[in-house]
Design a protein around this ligand. Sequence first.
Ligand code: NAI
Ligand code: MG
Length: 475
Amino acid sequence: MIFEYAPAPESRDVVDIKPSYGLFINGEFVDGSGTPFKTINPASEETLAEIATATEADVDRAVQAARKAFGVWSSLPGSERAKYLFRIARIIQERARELAVLESIDNGKPIRESRDVDLPLVAAHFFYYAGWADKLEYAGYGTTPLGVAGQVIPWNFPLLMLAWKIAPALACGNTVVLKPAETTPLTALLFAEICQQADLPPGVVNIVTGAGETGAAVVGHPEVDKVAFTGSTEVGRLIAKSVAGTNKKVTLELGGKAANIVFDDAALDQAVEGIVTGIFFNQGHVCCAGSRLLVQESIAEELMSSLKRRLSTLRLGDPLDKNTDIGAINSAAQLAKIRELSSAGESEGAERWSPACALPDKGFWFPPTVFTGVSQSHRIAREEIFGPVLSVLTFRTPAEAVEKANNTPYGLSAGVWTEKASRMLWMASKLRAGVVWSNTFNKFDPTSPFGGFKESGYGREGGRHGLEAYLKEIS
Ligand code: NAI
Ligand code: MG
């Protein structure tokens, strides 16, 4: 039964969106030389602001500023760098509501998620790496920073990916040139203001906006010592090629096609919640999303009927409404991709189901969708959809579950639902995935390393391991 709720929108008054934004270089906002572009609210298609495009020459200015600042920043004692990071973390907490509302407006994600998941994790990342800044000698990766880090991030967790990139880089004594995604630049630009507020020395953090060409200029700049990228496997490959044969250290965090595996002894109600969190969190725009449900044949019918009942209660609509579970798809291009792959699922013979769900007239929307009768060769079982679309496959034995789960070019994450600890450990040892969640899904913590196998990329972010990417190897 669906209950009617009165709308409960979060106020937009806490954010002050300027008509146009420049680049953040050497501690100040400056004009970009390229043609500016617009960022929109994907829930309304309203234009939010005009954003500068950084050309190769602008990127060079940013890298020079970062290079100059590196001398100052890397020679500060770790305890002094920590003070700046703690200060940034506290300002993020103080301005959390403003950042969460801005993130939801620019990205389309529900305020419930930006407020309760993204922002607490962003602050936690800065606090966590602030704590490491004066303890690097105990981490086991040396204490020598690399220099200038060129970082390119995607649109699914704009501020959280910024935190994952900037916090460890700065803690280790590096300086940064970061490029946010072109559909979601606003929270990175507000973060630039936070750097000013925290009195961070000029040039330690530089933010350059623009599309793929600007990203290519950042990773290709000869004076960038370290490249960190999160995004599509396709662009990850281009980046791996462009840095091959240079001395740049690289981490790539790419796509995924995670299996969420439910055994017949699992607590089914909890598993249903985990399946929902796995694939419908952030509209499924999650690299580690549980996009393939592998369910043991004997409980498939029961689980599917509970899942469908639960999906009928999800609320889709205004991202700023506190009751909303599913917000807007981030862009028209992403919506087109989700539609194309879903049509392919139907024409390849899988059965498509969505709950009754009215979509708003304006903006980019896609209803929660489940495909049953999926076989391993279907495109919806192989390709990353990056949307609220679940493919369901069945298995009989643990060995079959492992074989199906690993039958993918990706290897980022997996979930296993069983009451039996020995089976859990056996599964975890067999699954070729960087993260295996046990009776939960999409759980994040700054102390825990995250990263993939195979085409999901290389390197780890988060935890002590995340420091390695930003320090020179001990020889
Ligand atoms: P994308 O990989 O093109 O974009 C990610 C970032 O890379 C953006 O900042 C973009 O401007 C930049 N970029 C694009 N071309 C570049 C280049 N040649 N050199 C350097 N930087 C470049 O991802 P896109 O097109 O937005 O999404 C396509 C698909 O990628 C999605 O449907 C999804 O399957 C996957 N994806 C995976 C993500 C993840 O978290 N692993 C995040 C975003 C997308
Ligand atoms: Mg936008």
